[in-house]
Write a protein that binds this ligand. Structure first.
Ligand code: SAH
Length: 597
């Protein structure tokens, strides 16, 4: 019988010999025969296979390549077919795959870093920038290989997406002319990257109007990637978009606290690793024998049969547990550990496929429902919530307190109030109107009995009255002249999102007296129904702050606008709950005072 060999197609990467993948390199090291694609594979890569027979395919026809491949394979050799970049783009691999399929010869493919990504790296550009383009078209001008009519450059230009054009730098003039004719502005930024990642890499930047001439001046005729699109505008010059980019990119975790993630089987360990790396602060606990499947930096191991003990020992050390295993196992181990609804950590159970994240314990106060939602956001599964008030979409006041940073003054009333809420009894509230509107408006069961602004909130249910202490939250805002209210709103939104607060939780806005007539700031206050209080330079400079601003000192003689005014606005014993978030033209800080005596 034939000695059975192996055929592997390997993406060599864009050029630099260390941009091959670890797996690709391992294949080279093992190879007996390497057929590589001439000028775009750095021959230094081949030094990794000192024993291999080498064939340069640059001048070979498909038949020759196939003949060598099949002959060596049948002789039991390990054959590597080395392609530039990634084999899947303009790699001419499909005809080779087809021939191998016909011959019934098995093969595998190891991907590589395409030159399109090496070019993006050289340009330091994100090809998919929010607001500018969320699609990338990889294409080419027609050459010996024609391009199907629907994919003519003129057609593709209409999308306005980022274009990455291979194999086409030889005819830049007509390429740019076609794009402009199809409606892309001559001002559209464009770049050519010659031999990205090679030692003789060169970058030419311009616009559709002048890039062709610049590329010709540079003498570049081949081996270049052309990138066209607004994304090439450097982000610094587009601070507004930059800012929005960050707002939309913000990953919103609902649960905050230390999480332990436990798994028992190998599949579960993989799922648990995925969950742990998607949460803000998580540690993994896995059986010793599956340690290799979990990332070392966040992993702890327990020995065979040691799960129960490890779980019990860690019970007091974490705010929450995510258990990737059958609910029954968890329930059995929980007995004896649970003590108090207000103190027990949250427990979420997740199946090993990640289809369901079940909030099992401490759903409200402990944040288990939020954690179940976070876990399901990571796994793409469903959060299973069984606490009555959530199921009925009714607010639970323990959760309300946690969300709004309020303190519960008489926790002993919680249970009675909660069951009145669930049983649809009428509930009367005394609280700030804005907060009532944001949280309870439109729910018939709840009425605002009296507006209160003294920081006390009362929940009158038939069987008990719950008392909460609301914090007094102040946003300190600094801004450049003539900044729009929507810019201010965007930066404020980021701060609030981070604090997991609503605009309705804010009691006051504060700034410096020099901003007293700043239209954007006044508009922002008015749009949100908030008072804006102003403080003089002298008042502001008397407040010690963590992040004084050299620019404000130079321009206004003020040490700090946002942090100092937030603290002054919140009054005595105020603390900063968010230090200054500084964007190009707006700074925002938040301070809080715990109110009632
Ligand atoms: N499979 C390869 C592309 C092969 S087609 C990949 O994934 O990159 C060859 C074309 O790719 C060249 O004409 C050029 O447009 C582009 N290319 C390949 N290597 C490049 C490099 N290092 N820098 C810029 N462009 C490159």
């Amino acid at each position: 019988m034939d000695n059975i060999g192996k055929i592997t197609f390997v993406g060599a990467g864009p050029g630099a010999p260390d941009l091959i993948t670890v797996r690709g390199l391992a294949c080279l090291k093992e190879a007996d025969v390497i057929i590589y694609a001439g000028s775009l594979v750095d021959e230094r890569l081949l030094a990794n296979a000192p024993g291999a027979v080498l064939h340069n395919s640059a001048k070979m026809a498909l038949e020759e390549v196939m003949e060598i491949m099949l002959r060596e394979f049948r002789a039991g050799k390990k054959v590597v077919r080395l392609h530039t970049g990634d084999p899947a783009v303009y790699g001419a691999v499909s005809e080779q795959y087809r021939e191998l399929d016909k011959a019934g010869v098995p093969y595998e493919v190891v991907p590589g870093v395409s030159s399109v990504f090496a070019a993006a790296a050289a340009l330091k550009v994100e090809l998919t920038m929010p607001e500018l383009s969320q699609s990338v078209i990889m294409t080419r001008a027609p050459g010996r290989t024609p391009v199907p009519p629907g994919e003519a450059l003129e057609e593709l230009a209409k999308h306005g997406s980022t274009l990455c054009i291979f194999l086409s730098v030889g005819d830049m003039d007509s390429l740019c002319a076609k794009l402009v004719k199809a409606g892309r502005s001559p001002e559209t930024p464009a770049a050519a990257v010659y031999r990205a990642s090679w030692e003789n890499q060169r970058i030419v930047r311009g616009t559709l109007a002048d890039i062709a001439a610049k590329v010709a001046d540079a003498g570049i005729k081949r081996q270049a990637m052309i990138v066209v699109g607004e994304v090439l505008t450097r982000s610094g010059e587009l601070s507004k978009l930059y800012d929005r980019h960050f707002t939309t990119g913000f990953r919103h975790h609902k649960f905050s606290g230390k999480v332990a993630v436990f798994a028992l089987t190998r599949q579960a360990v993989l799922k648990a690793s995925e969950i742990a790396s998607g949460l803000a602060d998580a540690r993994l606990f896995v059986p010793e024998k599956f340690a290799g499947s979990a990332p070392e930096l966040r992993r702890s191991c327990f020995p065979e049969g040691g799960f129960g003990r490890c779980f019990a020992e860690n019970w007091p050390r974490f705010d929450a547990f995510v258990m990737v295993m059958a609910a029954g196992i968890v329930v059995r181990h929980l007995s004896g550990l649970c003590s108090d609804k207000k103190k027990d950590p949250a427990v979420v159970v997740c199946d090993e496929q990640g289809n369901y994240a079940v909030s099992l314990l401490s759903g409200h106060v402990g944040g288990g429902n939020d954690l179940a939602r976070d876990v399901s956001a990571v796994t793409g599964g469903r959060a299973v919530i069984t606490t009555a008030s959530d199921v009925e979409q009714m607010p639970a006041f323990d959760e309300f307190a946690r969300r709004h940073r309020a303190e519960i003054r008489n926790p002993e009333a919680l249970t009675a109030v909660a069951s009145d809420v669930v049983n649809r009894e009428k509930i009367g509230l005394e609280m700030p109107r804005r907060l009532f509107d944001a949280c309870f408006a439109g729910r018939e069961q709840f009425t605002l009995l009296r507006e209160r602004t003294d920081g006390r909130m009362l929940v009158h249910a038939p069987r008990a009255t719950l008392e909460l202490a609301l914090p007094f939250i102040v946003l300190g805002i600094g801004c450049r002249k003539n900044v729009s209210s929507s810019r201010i709103a965007a930066v404020v939104r980021r701060v609030l999102e981070e604090l997991q607060l609503d605009m309705a939780d804010v009691s006051l806005i504060a700034s410096a007296s020099v901003k007293q007539n700043e239209p954007g700031l006044l508009d922002f206050a008015r749009e949100n129904g908030l008072e804006c209080r102003f403080f003089s330079a002298e008042q502001l400079n008397a407040v010690p702050v963590p992040n004084p601003s050299a620019a404000a000192m130079r321009e206004l003689g003020i040490n700090s606008v946002s942090e100092a005014s937030a603290l002054l606005g919140a009054g005595e014993e105020a603390v900063l709950i968010r230090t200054k978030l500084a964007d190009t033209d707006v700074t925002v800080a938040a301070a809080e005072r715990r109110s009632v005596e």
